[in-house]
Design a protein around this ligand. Structure first.
Ligand code: FNR
Length: 375
């Protein structure tokens, strides 16, 4: 039997110097089964490892002596101002790692002016999370965009209810995740943790475990969303629509043609199909295919400020982080998430300064070392 799970610290542990340090601490604050669920990649974990390798193999090229007097990290996505091109990715069931769950995460996000995408599978209701964000924004006199991530439900009326609730609660974009409607998930939720938004709806397909290898012919395969659902969803709401889980230029063009306002290039953190290409590898082709006017976000493997720079250099407008927010939440609650976001921003600013970039627009492919081009 492992050691007892520790509650979150009331203070930030003194030995955390980088955002990535939270992972080392978090393991002591999360039940073993939940830890496995959070950390794991699908099957052999090839894609999980590959996501990191794709970042690590890129080399940066510093530009000393640049003018940095007016330097800043501000940017705009879908007309919404961001302090920095970094958002919190939708991550389900945050009460698995801390009793305050998403309420703590969104307080930290608002305090650090960081956008947050709230999952359909949040353990607090989307309304409670929105109310917490509103209150934090009012108290702090500052905030950030909050978007709602939608998993389509087998019954369109239920999907529509979620959209209307998100609109009513003041979410400013809808993120439709398309890459995880068919996936294995055998993780049994512990007592006290539930999909708070889906009370009263039948249990959804993406959470129900496949009992064996048979998929075709089952309701899971029959009810899986298709491109027609994008057409339908586009007609249902005036909120900006972001499609999450795009991995090719052709998919990107199709999504935009059907009304997507922005795309998230993602392989779901290596949690769905193992052996999948990494978002960073396909990003340049996607950026070229959709052109500069379609906001491109990227996630899967972002762990450091230099990763943000690498993604932006290859064509992303912003990135999202998934697991790290749970690591920080488990370790030190709201304070941990706020500190994590602060560290990532500090790392990003330091990298930009050393690369001679006074704004995020200045982050171009030239910050990457290219052997053939270097003299
Ligand atoms: C996720 N992700 C996810 N995505 C989504 O659209 N809806 C969701 O409810 C969830 N839930 C979820 C739970 C857990 C435990 C993890 C780790 C991830 C995927 C998430 O939004 C994001 O794509 C990845 O986490 C990004 O990869 P990194 O940053 O974790 O490497």
């Amino acid at each position: 039997l492992g050691a007892a799970v520790r509650p979150a610290h009331a203070q930030i542990p003194p030995d955390i110097a980088h955002a990535a340090d939270y992972e080392r601490h978090a393991i002591h604050h999360v039940e073993a089964q939940a830890w496995q669920h959070i950390q794991g990649g699908s099957d052999q974990g090839l894609t999980l490892a590959h996501n990191r390798a794709a970042f690590d193999q890129l080399r940066l090229l510093p530009q000393p002596l640049a003018q940095l007097q007016q330097a800043h990290t501000r940017c705009t996505l879908l007309g919404q101002p961001l302090h920095c091109p970094l958002l919190l990715a939708p991550v389900a069931y945050q009460q698995l790692v801390h009793p305050a769950g998403e309420l703590a995460t969104i307080q930290a996000a608002m305090a650090l002016q960081t956008g947050m995408v709230v999952s359909t599978l949040s353990s607090h209701t989307l309304e409670a999370i929105a109310a917490t964000a509103d209150q934090a924004t009012q108290e702090l006199g500052q905030g950030a965009p909050r978007w709602f991530q939608l998993y389509l439900q087998p019954d369109r009326q239920h999907s529509l209810q979620l959209v209307r609730r998100a609109e009513a609660a003041g979410y400013t974009a809808l993120v439709w995740t398309v890459d995880a409607s068919i996936k294995r998930s055998g993780f049994p939720l512990p007592p006290g943790v539930e999909a708070a938004n889906l009370r009263g709806m039948p249990s959804t397909q993406h959470t129900s475990a496949l009992q064996g290898p048979i998929l075709f012919g089952t309701p899971l395969a029959r009810q899986a969303p298709t491109w027609d659902d994008l057409r339908w969803l586009r007609d249902q709401t005036r909120l900006p629509l972001v499609v999450k889980g795009i991995l090719s230029a052709a998919q990107a063009q199709q999504a935009v043609a059907l009304g997507a306002d922005a795309l998230i290039v993602s392989n779901h953190g290596g949690r769905v199909l193992d052996g999948v290409v990494s978002p960073l590898e396909v990003l340049p082709a996607i950026a070229q295919a959709v052109g500069p006017t379609v906001p491109l976000l990227l996630d899967s493997g972002v762990r450091h400020g230099t990763d943000v720079v690498k993604a932006l250099a290859l064509g992303a407008h912003a990135v999202l982080i998934g697991r790290p927010q749970l690591h920080a939440l488990a370790t030190a609650g709201m304070l941990g998430v706020a500190h994590l976001l602060h560290l990532l921003r500090a790392e990003l600013e330091l990298a930009m300064a050393q690369l001679g970039c006074a704004s995020v627009e200045a982050i171009t492919p030239q910050v990457l070392w290219q052997p053939a081009a270097s003299k």
